[in-house]
Design a protein around this ligand. Structure first.
Ligand code: SF4
Ligand code: SF4
Length: 103
């Protein structure tokens, strides 16, 4: 069964996970953490919807709508040379990512 998180479009089904740990290696925000039987969603609110985890998961245990969140805003702002705050659609009170970035 998928678990979805209101902060982002990220959905993860631990029952499908084969514990290959690819998602822990590709995620830039350490959203997934290693676990005994399957990975754990350690920081779901830190997801910037880049889509790397879902693309690298061999069993489709992860779904995310990439291109709709902060990553899209950051890329768009960089291309336009504009301030990201005017582009971001994440809804966070503290600006893009709502202060959820790891550093
Ligand atoms: S979509 Fe990107 S930021 Fe979000 S959990 Fe997957 S790899 Fe991490
Ligand atoms: S990439 Fe998929 S199968 Fe591999 S650890 Fe992550 S969720 Fe599990």
């Amino acid at each position: 069964m998928y678990h979805s998180y209101t902060e982002t479009s990220l959905k993860y089904d631990p029952d499908r996970c084969i514990n290959c740990k690819r998602c822990t290696q590709v995620c830039p925000h350490a959203v997934f953490a290693e676990g005994k039987e399957h990975v754990e969603l350690a920081r779901p609110a830190a997801c910037m919807e880049c889509g790397a985890c879902a693309k690298n998961c061999p069993v489709q245990a992860i779904e995310v709508q990439s291109g709709v969140g902060c990553a899209w805003a950051m890329i768009g702002a960089a291309l336009r040379g504009k301030d990201m705050d005017t582009e971001c659609s994440c809804g966070g009170e503290d600006g893009c990512c709502g202060g959820n970035s790891p550093t």
